[in-house]
Write a protein that binds this ligand. Structure first.
Ligand SMILES: [Zn+2]
Length: 66
């Protein structure tokens, strides 16, 4: 008998390229998907951001973006 191999996990996380604030205490970061510049500024403190990676929830194919 067959059974589905398809996983139905509600949220899948994936390693995603992001910009991270260079200030240690600051939590500011944003997905690279949302920006094309190489010189991002932190939305929280306005400092420079550096390229990094984060495990974040995969965005489902959905036209509704926040
Ligand atoms: Zn910051």
């Amino acid at each position: 008998m067959y059974y589905s191999k398809r996983n139905q996990e509600p949220s899948v996380q994936e390693q995603t390229e992001v910009w991270e604030c260079t200030i240690e205490e600051c939590k500011g970061w944003m997905r690279k998907d949302f920006s094309y510049d190489n010189h991002q500024k932190c939305p929280l403190c306005g400092n420079h951001m550096r390229a990094g990676e984060r495990l974040i929830d995969k965005i489902p194919l959905n036209p509704h973006r926040r």
